[in-house]
Design a binder for this molecule. Structure first.
Ligand code: ADP
Ligand code: MG
Length: 681
């Protein structure tokens, strides 16, 4: 007779009726296969058995001993029964204590030997509270590494563990291998049945390590294989070929490009000259000079007879890029036009006309570029700045306005390369890992409230010398308080502290593009000395005369975000400062902020940030499409990630010898993971 197998319903396990099946269903578990991929969230090592004499306070261990007294039960009050018993193991005595346990009296026999597992107290006397009890010959829950599972109402740890054991026995040896044999040999990965068995009930620490590594490898490998094949398919589209010489553009620049800039420009030039579509991410620290790199690509597009679209997340930035590009392209007869929401209907109509008939080469703009009435004659290149603000869908909307235009995405969030590979798996990645020469270090301080007066005095002193300051205003967490109210209240505080009201301006997220622009322009021109802002100044704004960045409630920001904010100063020739004012002077807050004092490299800060907050927080809710892994951890599995990247590349390139069956097995897994949205070839 055939017993239950992998595809059997969970109800075929003894003890699982409708009610418990429904509880399992809430965890997404319907079959035994589902159950087996319900991995423990942690483990309890119950293999350590100690002598009573060795026990120390608060440790959780097992001991083996003889019951040397009968169980005594006292009714302390109506709802509290305390049962105690003495055990000894030849090295000493230990008192065991249970609360409201009616079964223990009949369970323990004086003179018998048992194993006990529980937490030890040594004061006022040596005790173990509510230990688990088993016979030495029938150990199920003691003497091994026990899995601890994520639960839901209606399921207990013991019950799930029990089901898991039954499922493992029923399915032993039946799980089909998913990774090609050659790949397992090359990366020293254990067999699937061994891995599943040992992820649930590891025989020892090494078995667990092997099992976990293999399962995490598979997860990352399948994910990356899917992403890379997606990219391959995109790149296979027939794209516009741009073979323009960019030297004339480079020689017209007021500075010499850095080595990193040249290298990345070279990578882009190669991409756009080929007939495959470019999908490239340029990742670089604030101030690393991403704009000219993008401009060089735009130049090449225009010289090759194509139009380009350059999209920025805010109007302030779009305007800044527009002004920059206009200046850069003036000597080259390349026409640039600005398309933002605040244009008049007439202006807009005229610009749209010039884009349609091809008179205008470059359109710089905000989301306005995505609007349906925007059309191009021959769109060959799409550039988006500050990638994390745009989703994949928005990028797609823009590219659909041309015929397979090349895509260049710029991100100022420096992320470790391995992580970039997985987050932006559908993009090729270029790193600008060098700053233009002569950049000075921004002196950074992390202080608490007691420094406020000194800070304000310092600001006034700098202002008296003609410098300007940004202040990132604390946002009141109370949702009743609007951004406007927070900023206004803060400006009042500044005024009370002796700042001239006329010299202080404000920008916040709820302001209209044109209003914001007006204030930014006044700040840029030097008509305002202090700009109080919410984090809208986060991205790309360039004011060389601003030398102070004061960040209130700095402890609320992630390190990478602080680094971005700090990047707004130190853009001119004057010495610049960043002051992180923390509301709490707690040690953890200060220790976290002190990273900012010693580090100026955005990539290193990002790494630290990731370590502290984990990828989920790091990317925030803005980042779409970050996969939820069952077992792999994007941060702590960095090394594994590097290996799976190689493995996925090799596999897709046909470098891993595998049978048709093995290939199909991987396709099937990927289909299941991505709901048939990705096919591998
Ligand atoms: P980001 O990478 O933050 O977007 P930008 O492109 O805005 O940086 O460049 C920051 C500043 O550095 C700009 O004023 C730009 O003109 C200048 N810059 C860029 N490349 C160089 C270089 N190679 N040498 C000197 N200055 C440069
Ligand atoms: Mg920029």
């Amino acid at each position: 007779m055939k017993g239950p197998g992998l595809h059997s319903s969970i109800k075929e396990l003894s003890g699982v009726g409708e009610k418990r099946a429904a509880a399992f269903g809430r965890l997404g578990i319907f079959t035994l296969a589902d159950l087996l991929s319900h991995y423990p969230r942690t483990y309890e090592d119950r293999t350590v058995c100690k002598k009573i004499i060795e026990l120390s306070h608060e440790e959780t261990v097992s001991i083996c001993g003889v019951v040397s007294s009968s169980v005594k039960t006292n009714l302390i009050r109506k709802n509290l029964r305390i049962s105690t018993v003495k055990v000894s193991d030849g090295t000493g005595f230990l008192e065991l204590v249970w609360f409201n346990n009616r079964f223990i009296e009949s369970r323990l026999k004086k003179g018998e030997t048992y194993v006990f597992y529980g937490k030890v107290q040594t004061t006022p006397k040596k005790q173990m509270h509510s230990p688990i009890v088993e016979l030495p010959t029938q150990q199920k829950q003691i003497g091994r590494i026990m899995p601890i599972y994520p639960l839901t109402e209606g399921l207990t740890e013991t019950f799930v563990t029990d089901c898991m054991q039954k499922a493992l026995t029923a399915c032993r040896g039946q799980i089909k291998e998913t990774l090609p044999a050659k790949l397992r040999t090359a990366f020293q990965l254990c067999e699937i049945n061994y891995a599943i068995e040992n992820i649930h009930f590891p025989t020892d620490a090494e078995a667990y390590r092997l099992a976990r590594r293999r399962l995490a490898f598979e997860e990352l490998f399948l994910f990356q294989t899917a992403l890379f094949s997606l990219k391959k398919r995109q790149n296979d589209c027939k794209a516009p070929q741009m073979q323009a010489e960019i030297e004339p553009f480079l020689t017209s620049l007021p500075f010499e490009p850095t080595g990193a800039q040249r290298r990345v420009m070279g990578e882009i030039a190669k991409d756009i000259a080929s007939s495959n579509v470019m999908n490239r991410l340029v990742c670089g620290d604030v101030g690393s000079g991403k704009t000219v790199v993008a401009a060089a690509a735009v130049y090449a597009a225009a010289r090759s007879g194509f139009q380009a679209a350059f999209m920025a997340p805010t109007e302030i930035l779009a305007v800044q890029h527009y002004n920059n590009l206009k200046k850069l392209f003036a000597p080259h007869n390349i026409t640039v036009e600005l398309l933002v929401g605040s244009l008049s209907a007439k202006q807009k109509r005229e610009i749209l006309g010039r884009l349609k008939d091809g008179t205008t080469h470059i359109a710089v703009g905000t989301h306005a570029l995505l609007s349906e009435d925007v059309g191009f004659k021959k769109l060959g290149l799409v550039v988006t700045d500050e990638q994390h603000r745009f989703g994949v869908e928005q990028r797609k909307l823009l590219t659909e306005k041309g015929e397979n235009p090349h895509v260049l995405v710029m991100s100022a969030t420096p992320i470790p390369r391995t992580l970039a590979l997985i987050i932006y798996g559908d993009l090729d990645i270029s790193m600008i890992d060098e700053l233009p020469p002569g950049r000075q270090k921004i002196d950074t301080f992390a202080v608490d409230e007691s420094y406020r007066k000194r800070i304000y005095d310092f600001l006034k002193k700098e202002m008296a010398q003609g410098r300007q300051a940004y202040i990132v205003c604390p946002l009141v967490e109370d949702s009743e308080v609007t951004e406007l109210e927070s900023v206004t209240a803060y400006i009042e505080k500044l005024t009370k502290n002796g700042f001239a009201p006329a010299s202080v301006g404000m920008v916040h997220g709820k302001m209209k593009g044109a209003e914001k622009d007006a204030v930014m322009t006044r700040f840029k021109k030097g008509e305002l000395s202090v700009l109080v802002a919410t984090t809208v100044i986060e991205v790309g704004v360039d004011v060389p005369n601003a030398t102070i960045m004061l960040i209130e409630n700095a402890e609320r920001f992630g390190l990478s975000q602080l680094h971005q904010l700090r990047g707004r100063v130190g853009r001119g020739s004057h010495k610049s400062y960043c002051i992180l004012l923390a509301q709490s002077s707690g040690e953890t807050a200060m220790a976290r902020l002190s990273v900012m004092k010693r580090e100026s490299d955005g990539f290193k800060i990002a790494e630290e940030d990731l370590k502290q907050r984990g990828p989920g927080e790091f990317f925030g809710t803005r980042q779409h499409g970050l996969p939820a892994f069952r077992i792999a951890n994007l941060f702590s599995d960095m090394e594994l990630l590097a290996q799976t990247t190689t493995a996925a590349r090799d596999f897709l390139a046909g470098k891993v010898l595998c049978s048709t069956d093995e290939k199909q097995q991987i396709s099937k897994k990927i289909d299941a993971l991505f709901n048939n949205r990705v096919t591998i070839s």
